[in-house]
Design a binder for this molecule. Structure first.
Ligand SMILES: Cc1cc2nc3c(=O)[nH]c(=O)nc-3n(C[C@H](O)[C@H](O)[C@H](O)COP(=O)(O)OP(=O)(O)OC[C@H]3O[C@@H](n4cnc5c(N)ncnc54)[C@H](O)[C@@H]3O)c2cc1C
Length: 386
């Protein structure tokens, strides 16, 4: 079965035949609804909301969500298929995994029953696009230092503060805001509160201009005496930090899965290019230096494929640890950045042209070493287990 793996890693055992049938459906959707328009969306710096609704109608959003709320109740392998197809097509503006695999799980796990019934079906259909707002202008890596506050006022929460770099920030209909509900208590004073678009005092700032991932909307968000009902709190008051720690491994696995596929696909495209492009009367591939570079990167891509699939299999059994997920994110994004840089180099000047996929993939990938916890933070996490 074609999983876009060039083969050297051998047959992949993490997916079954049903996953591959689903992959065919996802691939058709991407070829029809996304690939032809993605460059246009890069120029517009946003993906139209309509695309989300089409994806929802095809069952491409929230595959893991329980059927009770409109999901497919599927295993995480189905989510991985979608993540891989995004990477395979370099559709870096498509924020489905952030929504389906990072934000919505908090709502499904921790929201009040009536809120689940109200929100989850609309999240599965693409009517509500979600975001999670942790980072602030003065704080990113050190999550416990958030300054945005939420205080109780009768049966409401009043939220004040600002967030930045929030993915899906322009498109979001609901954002989970990481707030301090007990400012003196550090990590034990953090709560997660949902804020819906249109709530008085909640404003979206500008769509931030980035060096890559141009079709992905990334925003500042402002909260000025935003009043939301107490039921918008996820789980228990002051337990938000522990929820984040528990769910962040899945976010890191998403990034690692993406890196593995991006490496395989862009390497293959570079091999094809190198075999075709002539310099000094021979192909770029004919030079031993270039063949060795490609061979070295092939070895990296194959090794990481095996490790990423191992982590995915562990996750599907509920056994992916925080440090293993950090290892996968660290290795995957660092390798991906080195590989794409070598691939870009082999394209010469064309590699630097935005119309070539390799240049865009190179710029898109750079953020992988920063978001979802930077490489340095991944090393911190791993080093705690030494
Ligand atoms: C495109 C994009 C999308 C994003 N999407 C979201 C989103 O949807 N939601 C959200 O909440 N955030 C999002 N972020 C924010 C992202 O998670 C943060 O940028 C990241 O966590 C780093 O935080 P910072 O930018 O404040 O850097 P800082 O924390 O200021 O770090 C600066 C440098 O110091 C290093 N450093 C920090 N701590 C240590 C340490 N202990 N040891 C050694 N070095 C250290 C960092 O690795 C980094 O190199 C996004 C960012 C980008 C660029």
């Amino acid at each position: 079965m074609d999983t876009a793996t060039p083969g050297a890693a051998g047959a992949r055992s993490v997916f079954n035949a049903d996953h591959e049938i689903f992959r065919t459906q996802v691939r058709r959707f991407f070829e029809r609804e996304i690939v032809p328009y993605h460059r246009e969306w890069e120029r517009a710096e946003i993906v139209p909301r309509e695309v989300w609704r089409k994806a929802g109608a095809e069952g491409l959003l929230c595959p893991v969500m329980s059927e009770e709320y409109g999901g497919a109740g599927a295993d995480f392998g189905y989510a991985a298929v979608i993540i891989e197809e995004i990477a395979r097509t370099n559709a870096s503006g498509i924020g489905f995994p952030l929504h389906s695999d990072i934000v919505v799980p908090y709502v499904e796990e921790f929201a009040r029953p009536e809120k689940k019934r109200e929100w989850l079906p609309r999240m599965a259909s693409g009517e509500i696009i979600t975001a999670i707002a942790m980072t602030e202008p003065g704080m990113g890596s050190d999550l416990k230092a958030v300054r945005t506050t939420a205080r109780r006022d009768g049966s409401d929460w009043i939220i004040n503060g600002s967030k930045t770099f929030i993915s899906n920030g322009q498109n979001c209909g609901l954002v989970i805001v990481v707030c301090k509900t007990d400012p003196g208590a550090g990590r034990k004073g953090i709560s997660l509160i949902c804020v819906e678009e249109g709530t008085k005092g909640f404003t979206k700032g500008r769509n931030l201009e980035k060096i890559g991932m141009h079709a992905a909307d990334t925003s500042e968000l402002f909260f000025d005496d935003v009043r939301v009902p107490a039921e918008n709190l996820l789980g228990e008051e002051n337990s938000g930090f522990s929820y984040l720690i528990r769910n962040l491994p899945q976010e890191r696995l998403v990034i690692a899965i993406r890196a593995a596929m991006s490496m395989e696909v862009m390497l293959q495209k570079t091999i094809d290019y190198a075999k075709d492009r002539k310099v000094f009367g021979q192909t770029v591939f004919d030079f031993q230096h270039n063949r060795f570079k490609l061979a070295e990167q092939k070895a990296n891509a194959v090794m990481f494929r095996v490790f990423a699939d191992h982590c995915l299999a562990l996750h599907m059994k509920g056994q992916l640890t925080i440090d293993m997920a950090a290892t996968a994110k660290l290795l995957g994004t660092e390798m991906q950045n080195r590989l794409l840089d070598d691939c870009l180099q082999m394209h010469g000047g064309y590699g630097y042209m935005a119309e070539y996929e390799i240049g865009r993939a190179w710029a898109d990938a750079r953020v992988g070493r920063i978001y979802g916890g930077s490489s340095e933070i991944m090393k911190e996490i791993i080093s705690r287990t030494l």
